[in-house]
Design a protein around this ligand. Structure first.
Ligand SMILES: *[C@@H]1O[C@H](CO)[C@@H](O)[C@H](O)[C@H]1NC(C)=O
Ligand SMILES: *[C@@H]1O[C@H](CO)[C@@H](O)[C@H](O)[C@H]1NC(C)=O
Ligand SMILES: *[C@@H]1O[C@H](CO)[C@@H](O)[C@H](O)[C@H]1NC(C)=O
Ligand SMILES: *[C@@H]1O[C@H](CO)[C@@H](O)[C@H](O)[C@H]1NC(C)=O
Ligand SMILES: *[C@@H]1O[C@H](CO)[C@@H](O)[C@H](O)[C@H]1NC(C)=O
Ligand SMILES: *[C@@H]1O[C@H](CO)[C@@H](O)[C@H](O)[C@H]1NC(C)=O
Ligand SMILES: *[C@@H]1O[C@H](CO)[C@@H](O)[C@H](O)[C@H]1NC(C)=O
Ligand SMILES: *[C@@H]1O[C@H](CO)[C@@H](O)[C@H](O)[C@H]1NC(C)=O
Ligand SMILES: CC(=O)N[C@H]1CO[C@H](CO)[C@@H](O)[C@@H]1O
Length: 772
C-alpha cells in the first residue's frame, strides 16, 4: 500500500524532471551496485528513512525504468544511506546531492582465512587462565560472517542465564534454520539474501526473485561457525580434530552471548551487506562486533568509501566496539586493511603446537615434516619415490614438473610413487599441487619449503608433508644417489610446547597503514595459526579418516581466527568492567600486551628475529593482565572527528556525519593525527623533531605515582615530560608529551616504547617513527 502511493508520488516528481530523464536514458550504461552513505541517522524510524531514500532515488532514475526504484539495503538505525543499482552517470549525479556524503561501488570483501583455504590445526586460547570463572555474562558479541551451524556443542546454553532484557534482535527462520535453533547462547540470527543477485551483478534487480531457497542464518561455508565459537564458544571437553589437538575447546569469553549476521558466501561479501549487518547489530544491542573480513590490500579506499570503516565509526559513537582482522596479504609491508583508528585491528601469530608428519627414507633416515594427514602408512612399508621432474608429462620442462604444476606430471610414471615437489612458485598453492599429485595417482607427496609452511596443510587421507629446504636437499640427494629410492610419510602427530612461540605468521598482513601512516597498525596480535574451534560438519570424501564421523571441530588459519580471540577477550573485559568504553578496553589490551615469547625472548616474526610493531602492534594479547591495566588512553569521539579533519575531510561532511555543528580546529594537517589520544604513537615523517601529547586515565588505585621509562631506538632522542605522573583521588587524568628528535638516525622506521609504571602496573605505549 505504502509503495503504491509512493510510486504515484514519484511519478509526479518524475514528470517534472523531463530534462534529466532524457539525459539519463541516453546514457547506455549497465547499472551496478553502489553504496550511498548519508551520515548520522537522526530518526530511528526505519520505514520513513526508506521512503526518503526512494524519494531521493526517484530524482535520478528515469521514469520508464521505475522498476529500478528499489533499494538493496536501506540503513537507518545507526547511520543513513542505502545500497542500490545505478549507472555510473546516475551515481555521479547523486554524489553531488547535498545529503550524500559518499557514494562508491559496492566492494567485494574477502574472508580472512588463509589464501589457499587450508584446513589447519591447534588449540584455541592464549594459554592464560583468564576464562576460568564460568559465570553467565550479558555481553553480546555480534559476528558478521558466513552464518552458524547451531547444533554444535560449542553453542550449548545449559549453564547460561536468561537473555538480557535489552536485547532487541531477532532469530530469523530460513532454509534448514528454525527459531528453536536460537537459544540463550545463540540469542540472535539474521541473514541477508542479496548475495546471489549481487554476485551475478544482474543489470536489473529482479524483485520477484526474493530470498533464494538457501537464504538462512545457517553456515554453509564453515568460516562463521569457527569464528563465532572462537569468540564465545561454550567450553567442550575432549574436543579434537580426529584425535589431533585434543583438549577443552572454548571461546575467549565462553559466558558471552552470540548474535549471528550471515552476510557472506564462500566467494566473499558485499560491502553494502556488511554495512546493513552492522546497522542491524547496533540496533539489536550488541556490545562488540567481530568482523574477520576486509577489502583487498591492493584496492583500499579512503575511510568514507570503506563500508567497514563507516559502520565502525557509527558503532563506536553508540558505544559498540568493532574488532577486525587486518588481512592475510603478508609479509609485504603496508598490506594491512581495516586501519581506521576506531577499529581494533588484529594480526595473527602461531601458538606452541605443531603438527608433525615425518618422512622416512629407504635408508632409514628420518626428516621432520609438517602437515596434517590421516594416511594409513606405517614405518614398515616404503614406496618408490621420485622428483616431479623425473616423472614429467611429455614435453614438459623439468622445472614445471618439479613444481608439480597442473598437467605437468605423467600418470603412467607417477602411479604408485611418492612424488617430491618444490615450491619456487607461490602462484600454485599446495592445495592444487596436492590435487595434481593425487590426480596423477601418486601414493603421496613431499613438498619442499612451501611458501605457506607457517600453517600445516590438511591433506585429509592423502599422505602429504612439507619439509624445510635443507632437509629437502638431503631427500633429493638420496633420490639421486640410489637406483631404487623409497620412502614413506608417517601419519601426523601433534607436538605441544613448541619453542619459540608465538611467532607472527608469514601470511599475517604488515603495517604501516597504506591510507595514513599517522596511526600505528596493527594494534595487536592474537593466535591465528591452526586454531581448533567448532566447524560445520563436513562430509567430503578424502578428508575424513575411514571409520570416522564428520568432526565437530576443525583447524583453521588466518587473521580471521585471530580477530575473534580479541573480540572474546574484549567481551571478557567488558563483563568485568561494564563501564569501560571501547577505547578503554582497546587501550587495556594494547598497553598490557606481551612482547616476549615462551623462551623469554622478544616475539619474532616469520621474517625477523624481532617482530616490529608493524608486524605485531603492541604485542600478543594477555587478557588477564588487561583486567588491571593501571592507566588507559581514552580515545574520544572528538578525537575521531579531529582525525577526519586532519585527514582532510571537509568540515561540512563531518557535520553531516555527526548531525552536529562540529567545527574542525584551525590549521588541520595530517601529521596532527599523531597527536590524537591513541594507545600507540606513529610519526609518519620525522624531519628534525616532533612532539605529541597523550592523556591517560587512572583506572587503578586512586593515589598512584607513575614513572616513565623510555626504550629509544638508536639515533633518536626521545623525551617524556613530565617523567612522573601523580594521581590522587578525584583527579584521575594526567597528560604528558613525548618528543622525538633525530640525532643521528638513518632513514626509515624506528621503533621503541614509553613504559609508565607505579611498580604494580606496566603501561607500555609503543611508537613507530619514520625518519625522513
Ligand atoms: C524474475 O525471476 C523469476 C524467478 O527466477 C523469473 O521467473 C522471472 O521471469 C524473472 N523476472 C524477470 C522480469 O526477469
Ligand atoms: C575424555 O576422554 C577421556 C579418554 O578418552 C575419558 O577418559 C574422559 O572421560 C573424557 N571426558 C569427558 C568429559 O568426556
Ligand atoms: C590405505 O588406504 C587405501 C585407501 O584409502 C587402501 O587402498 C590401502 O590398501 C590402505 N593401505 C593399508 C596398508 O592399509
Ligand atoms: C640430481 O640429478 C640431476 C640430474 O641427474 C641433477 O640435475 C640434479 O642437480 C641432482 N640433484 C641433486 C640434489 O643432487
Ligand atoms: C553426511 O553424510 C551422511 C551419509 O552420507 C548423511 O546422512 C549426513 O546427513 C551428511 N551430513 C552432512 C552434514 O551433510
Ligand atoms: C551548535 O548547536 C548548538 C545546539 O545544537 C547551539 O546551542 C550552538 O549555538 C551552535 N553553535 C554554533 C557555533 O552554531
Ligand atoms: C590519597 O591522597 C589524598 C590526598 O593526598 C589523601 O587525603 C588520602 O588519604 C590518600 N588516600 C590513600 C588511600 O592513601
Ligand atoms: C638525522 O640527523 C643527523 C644529524 O643532524 C643527520 O646527519 C641525518 O642525516 C638525519 N637523518 C635523516 C634520515 O635525515
Ligand atoms: C591424527 C590421526 O588420525 N592419525 C592417524 C593417522 O593414521 C594412522 C594409521 O591409520 C592412525 O593410527 C592415526 O591415528
Amino acid at each position: 500500500m505504502v509503495m503504491g502511493s509512493l510510486l504515484q508520488h514519484l511519478f509526479i516528481t518524475l514528470s517534472c524532471l523531463l530534462l534529466l530523464q532524457t539525459l539519463e536514458t541516453s546514457a547506455n550504461q549497465t547499472p551496478k551496485s553502489y553504496v550511498v552513505y548519508m551520515g548520522s541517522s537522526i530518526s530511528s524510524i526505519g520505514e520513513f528513512a526508506e521512503l526518503d531514500h526512494l524519494r531521493l532515488l526517484s530524482t535520478i532514475i528515469p521514469s520508464d525504468e521505475s522498476e529500478r526504484l528499489s533499494l538493496t539495503h536501506s540503513y537507518s538505525h545507526a547511520f543513513k544511506g542505502f545500497t542500490v543499482m545505478l549507472t555510473e552517470k546516475e551515481a555521479s549525479v547523486l554524489s553531488a546531492h547535498n545529503d550524500v556524503i559518499s557514494i562508491f561501488p559496492d566492494p567485494i570483501l574477502q574472508l580472512h582465512t588463509t589464501r589457499s583455504w587450508d584446513f589447519l590445526a591447534s588449540e584455541s586460547g592464549t594459554g592464560s587462565d583468564h576464562r576460568s570463572p564460568p559465570v553467565s555474562s550479558d555481553i553480546i558479541i555480534g559476528i558478521i560472517d558466513t552464518g552458524i551451524w547451531p547444533e554444535l556443542p560449542s553453542f550449548d546454553d545449559t549453564s547460561i542465564g536468561k537473555i538480557p532484557s535489552r536485547w532487541r534482535g531477532v532469530c530469523m527462520e530460513g532454509f534448514d534454520f528454525k527459531k528453536s535453533n536460537c537459544n540463550r547462547k545463540l540469542i540472535g540470527a539474521r541473514y541477508y539474501d542479496i548475495q546471489d543477485d549481487w554476485m551475478e551483478s544482474k543489470s536489473v534487480r529482479n524483485n520477484t526473485h526474493r530470498p533464494g531457497p538457501k537464504g538462512s542464518p545457517r553456515d554453509t561455508v564453515g568460516h562463521g561457525t569457527h569464528t563465532a565459537s572462537t569468540a564465545a564458544g561454550t567450553a567442550v571437553a575432549n574436543a579434537s580434530y580426529f584425535g589431533l589437538a585434543t583438549g577443552t575447546a572454548r571461546g575467549g569469553s565462553p559466558s558471552s552471548r552470540l548474535a549471528i549476521y550471515n552476510a557472506c558466501t564462500l566467494s566473499g561479501c558485499s560491502g553494502g551487506t556488511i554495512l546493513k549487518a552492522m546497522d542491524d547489530a547496533i540496533r539489536d544491542g550488541v556490545d562488540i562486533i567481530s568482523i574477520s573480513i576486509g577489502m583487498s590490500s591492493i584496492f583500499q579506499s579512503d575511510f568514507l568509501s570503506d563500508p567497514i570503516a563507516i559502520g565502525a565509526l557509527h558503532a563506536d559513537k553508540m558505544g559498540v566496539m568493532v574488532v577486525c582482522s587486518g588481512g592475510n596479504d603478508g609479509p609485504d609491508p603496508a598490506t594491512v586493511v581495516n586501519t581506521a583508528p576506531w577499529i581494533f585491528t588484529v594480526a595473527a601469530s602461531s601458538i606452541d603446537r605443531a603438527f608433525v608428519s615425518n618422512v622416512v627414507l629407504g635408508d632409514g633416515r628420518v626428516f621432520k615434516g609438517s602437515a596434517i594427514n590421516f594416511s594409513n602408512f606405517t614405518r614398515l612399508k616404503t614406496y618408490p619415490i621420485a622428483i616431479g621432474g623425473q616423472v614429467a608429462a611429455p614435453s614438459t620442462p623439468f622445472s614445471e614438473a618439479s613444481n608439480c604444476y597442473p598437467g605437468s606430471l605423467d600418470v603412467k610414471k607417477v602411479a604408485g610413487k611418492i612424488i617430491v615437489c618444490t615450491d619456487t612458485d607461490p602462484m600454485v598453492s599446495r592445495r592444487r599441487k596436492k590435487l595434481v599429485a593425487e590426480f596423477a595417482r601418486a601414493k603421496g607427496m613431499i613438498l619442499i619449503d612451501g611458501f605457506e609452511k607457517d600453517s600445516p596443510f590438511d591433506s585429509g587421507t592423502f599422505p602429504f608433508t612439507d619439509v624445510r629446504d635443507n632437509d629437502g636437499a638431503q631427500i633429493l640427494k638420496y633420490i639421486n644417489s640410489t637406483k631404487n629410492p623409497t620412502a614413506t610419510i608417517l601419519p601426523t602427530v601433534d607436538v605441544k610446547g613448541i619453542r619459540p612461540a608465538p611467532v607472527v605468521a608469514f601470511f599475517s598482513f604488515r603495517g604501516p597503514g597504506g591510507i595514513t601512516e599517522t596511526i600505528l597498525k596493527p594494534d595487536i596480535t592474537a593466535p591465528g595459526v591452526s586454531i581448533l574451534a567448532a566447524i560445520m560438519p563436513e562430509n567430503e570424501t578424502g578428508t575424513i579418516p575411514p571409520g570416522n564421523k564428520p568432526s565437530k571441530f576443525g583447524l583453521r588459519t588466518g587473521t580471521s581466527m585471530a580477530c575473534p580471540h580479541v573480540s572474546g577477550a574484549a567481551a571478557f573485559l567488558k563483563s568485568l568492567h561494564p563501564g569501560w568504553t571501547p577505547s578503554m578496553i582497546k587501550s587495556a589490551l594494547m598497553t598490557t600486551a606481551t612482547i616476549s615469547n615462551n623462551v623469554g625472548m622478544p616475539i619474532p616474526s616469520s621474517s625477523n628475529a624481532f617482530a616490529s610493531p608493524h608486524e605485531m602492534g603492541a604485542g600478543e594479547i594477555n587478557p588477564s593482565r588487561a583486567l588491571h591495566p593501571g592507566l588507559v588512553y581514552e580515545t574520544t569521539k572528538t578525537d575521531y572527528l579531529y582525525f577526519l579533519c586532519f585527514y582532510g575531510y571537509k568540515e561540512k561532511i563531518i557535520q553531516a556525519i555527526t548531525s552536529t555543528n562540529f567545527s574542525c580546529p584551525s590549521g588541520s594537517s595530517e601529521d596532527l593525527i599523531s597527536g590524537l589520544n591513541y594507545p600507540s604513537i606513529s610519526i609518519a615523517s620525522l624531519n628534525g623533531h616532533q612532539t605529541v601529547t597523550r592523556t591517560v586515565t587512572n583506572v587503578g588505585p586512586k593515589n598512584s605515582t607513575y614513572i616513565a621509562k623510555i626504550a629509544s631506538p638508536i639515533g633518536l632522542v626521545v623525551t617524556v615530560l613530565p617523567e612522573k605522573l601523580v594521581f590522587v583521588k578525584g583527579y584521575p587524568r594526567a597528560s604528558f608529551s613525548v618528543t622525538f628528535l633525530n640525532k643521528s638516525a638513518t632513514k626509515g622506521y624506528k621503533f621503541g616504547s614509553v613504559l609508565w609504571s607505579d611498580g604494580l602496573h606496566f603501561v607500555r605505549t609503543v611508537f613507530a617513527v619514520n625518519v625522513v
